[in-house]
Design a protein around this ligand. Structure first.
Ligand code: BGC
Length: 746
């Protein structure tokens, strides 16, 4: 049964093409069992990205046809070297497929994915990832382990940096953008790389935000919140998918037939192949569902994991299992077909090598410009008290903090082949900006990211006193987020808050720039500052992008893709929550209630329910207003809406720039379904558009709401719409938008 599959994406179609199938079958017929299994084995050569497995016989593995893929081989010469062994020395001459963690750039490092999601600009993300693909493919890497689309609601989890935040609608839009960017119009183009949507599924819901931890959730939440971005990536044609480390409702994702076969293949019609995450097949033993290596291999392959990344179990165990009659040959054949299809579709048989001279990296102005635009669109203005920003020309600046001049910390986690020497820091960019005015810039480090030593404070305070404005560059270093980088504290690390307090005590306005791979709890920091800018890890153009924004050459247009809590105790905190039966009527209680009416409600004694900054929030240098949303009809027939070709409701609104400068707003449409058979979130994003308007200019916007946007999951976890429901709509520039309208489904 195939539910909900839209028209197949080019690469998914390509993988199903009959000419390609014939080539696959012809090759499969000639393969020995060992050669078949070799295609299902992937080895890491070079710097490992997981626990090392200590092998060194890679050339022999390739020569004997015992390796189908390699990861972490970097450089055109190296990929060509291994490829030559495969194509010229192995019996069947099947090319290797080289994979790599191309996550937010290959050499030209863009902002971390959480930052790119803040752009709400899938078209630009697509361009950025196409550049990444071009650079990787030039070195023979035709497979990116990306996009990482795990919805994440817990900022303790370090891998929140790698995804697009907490929202399924935004996550799905970003997932499509990455896949299109990597795969281009056809996988066979020499600049295309196969995408690998990961980590399937629900890895982002790891308990307590601790990496690799257990996930337990209802099928309704799985489908409504967590699956949409994976499905969007598959519909966009992602040629491969990576299974996750976690258990899901007791079954490890890497042996989970419900996910890998029933949902992925039977419902979504996926034609590509599935790779395990690093040693995840062997980890089935730690999960306690496999007694030994052979049973781990058997369970993973049978559930739908086609390729074994670094467990080194498929190659030795699968042939024996087949010979002992425990594993049907047909299961092995099917996995091999899936892998070969992708290799054929990529054109690897025709063009196995890359041109080593052409692969040399050139940092063209166009690449840097794309990185700068991406950074400008990802940096969020959270606070601007008294209009301290944009900075006026001629102001003397004290630049303080451990991240003011830290190139490596601009790159962020999984920075591929990124080079800190390419990164322009805030200090370098400010020196350039203020070069004509002697004495306009004072720089003091103040402290380190993780330090208790305050001996540098005095110099920083002196710089602040001698200046008109302080720019404080604080936050986390690159290694504090990403894989295996969960934290139990999410405030500014070390003594950075104390440094900030010392700076604020000078009375000079402080502009705080936070570099981090996750939302930090900025409640205390926020009290001391005039402006607060969330910069994430912005990539190689960090400094120039920030300077353009701070001086107002470019407007701030980014919006938060994830909620910023007031304190860690509120976590998980996300905007699209259910209402509960006892919602707090005042969400902003500042004092504990005594015995009054507000006691028996869903709240804390010592903290408000609301976030410090909500999903979708971000300021601009101008202001916007929205007219109330106008649905094209006051009511629709539920049965007319059903299905992919059902009726579409159109919602109009007019947005106006009410300020005195041009600016960009992210118009956001939210809805709530009332009266349905399952409780629905208080709000969920169902549309967004970036709109740039001159001062005083207005524009009418239209958002289509079809079955996909209007439907939800009933108690049997089936996507549906129901008669007798009311839809509340809000439009505006954050998840707290107030312009409102309703319509009904009859
Ligand atoms: C990560 C994956 C990554 C793989 C290969 C694993 O540890 O979880 O996201 O793609 O390593 O480097």
């Amino acid at each position: 049964m195939r539910r909900g599959v839209r028209s197949p994406a080019p690469s998914n179609e390509q993988l199903a093409g009959s000419a390609l199938q014939r080539r696959v079958e012809a090759l499969l017929e000639r393969m020995t069992l060992e050669e078949k299994v070799g295609q299902l084995a992937q080895y890491s050569v070079g710097t490992p990205t997981g626990p090392g497995t200590g092998r060194s016989d890679y050339e022999t593995l390739v020569r004997t046809g015992a390796a189908g893929s390699m990861l972490n081989v970097v450089g055109a010469q190296e990929t060509n070297r291994y490829q030559r062994i495969a194509v010229e020395q192995s019996r069947l001459k099947i090319p290797l497929l080289f994979g790599f963690d191309v996550i937010h750039g290959y050499r030209t490092t863009m902002p971390i994915p959480l930052g790119m999601a803040a752009s709400f600009d899938p078209a630009l993300v697509e361009q950025a990832m196409h550049l990444a693909a071009t650079e990787a493919a030039a070195e023979g890497i035709r497979w990116a382990f990306s996009p990482m689309v795990d919805i994440a609601r817990d900022p303790r989890w370090g891998r929140v940096a790698e995804g697009s935040g907490e929202d399924p609608f935004l996550g799905a839009a970003m997932a499509r953008a990455y896949v299109r960017g990597y795969q281009g119009p056809s996988l066979s183009e020499s600049t295309s790389v196969a995408a690998s949507v990961k980590h399937f599924a629900a890895y982002g819901a790891a308990e307590a935000g601790r990496d690799y931890n257990t996930v337990d959730m209802s099928e309704v939440s799985l489908r409504q919140v967590y699956l949409p971005p994976y499905q969007a990536a598959i519909e966009a044609g992602s040629a491969t998918l990576m299974s996750a480390f976690n258990t899901l409702n007791g079954v490890p994702a890497t042996a989970n037939a419900h996910l890998l076969t029933a949902i992925l293949r039977e419902e979504w019609g996926f034609n590509g192949f599935v790779v395990s995450d690093w040693t995840a097949v062997a980890e089935l033993k730690n999960h306690g569902i496999a007694l030994d290596g052979p049973s781990a291999a058997l369970k993973a392959l049978s559930a739908g994991v086609d390729m074994d990344m670094e467990s080194h179990l498929y190659a030795p165990e699968l042939p024996r299992l087949v010979r002992e009659g425990k594993l049907p040959m047909a299961v092995v054949d099917e996995a091999v077909r899936r892998v070969l299809r992708v290799k054929f579709a990529l054109g690897l048989f025709e063009n196995p090598y890359v041109d080593e001279k052409a692969a040399a990296y050139v940092a063209t102005p166009e690449k840097r410009e794309l990185a700068r635009r991406m950074a400008e669109e990802s940096i969020v203005l959270l606070e601007n008290k008294g209009g301290v920003l944009p900075l006026a020309p001629g102001r003397k600046v004290a630049l303080v903090g451990p991240l003011a001049d830290a190139p490596v910390d601009m790159l962020g986690t999984w920075n591929g082949k990124g080079d800190p020497r390419d990164a322009v820091t805030l200090r370098a960019a400010l020196e350039h900006r203020l070069r004509g005015t002697p004495g306009a810039l004072r720089h003091a480090r103040g402290t380190d990211v993780l330090s208790a030593d305050s001996s540098g404070f005095a110099e920083a305070v002196a710089a602040a006193r001698a200046s008109d404005v302080v720019i404080a560059a604080l936050g986390e270093d690159t290694n504090m987020s990403g894989e295996a980088a969960s934290r139990t504290r999410i405030d500014l690390p070390g003594n950075q808050l104390q440094l900030l307090e010392a700076l604020a005590a000078t009375g000079k306005p402080v502009v705080l720039i936070v570099f981090s791979g996750r939302p930090l709890a900025l409640t205390d920091a926020q009290r001391h500052v005039a402006a607060l800018v969330q910069a994430w890890q912005p990539g190689i153009e960090a400094g120039p992008a920030l300077v353009n924004l701070l001086w107002g050459d470019v407007d701030f247009s980014a919006r938060l893709p994830i909620t910023f809590p007031r304190s860690l105790g509120q976590v998980p905190l996300y905007y699209n929550h259910l209402n509960t039966g006892r919602p707090a009527s005042q969400t902003d209680l500042t004092r504990p209630a005594s015995n009054g009416a507000e006691k028996y409600v869903s709240r804390y004694l010592d903290e408000r329910n609301t976030p410090l900054y909500p999903f979708g929030h971000g300021l601009s240098y101008t202001t916007f207003d929205f007219s109330p949303p106008q649905p094209s009809a006051p009511s629709l027939q539920a049965r007319a809406v059903r299905g992919q070709r059902g009726e579409v409701l159109r919602v109009k609104t007019r947005v106006r720039n009410t300020g005195t400068r041009p600016g960009t707003v992210v118009a956001q449409l939210y809805l709530r379904v009332l009266g349905a058979s399952t409780a629905q979130p208080v709000r969920q994003l169902v549309g967004f558009q970036r709109v740039t308007l001159a001062a005083g200019e207005s524009r009418e916007l239209e958002f289509p709401l079809g079955f996909q946007e209007l439907s939800f999951f009933d108690a049997r976890a089936t996507r549906t719409v129901e008669p007798g429901t009311r839809y509340d709509l809000w439009v505006g520039d954050s998840s707290e938008a107030t312009q409102h309208a309703s319509f009904t489904l009859e």
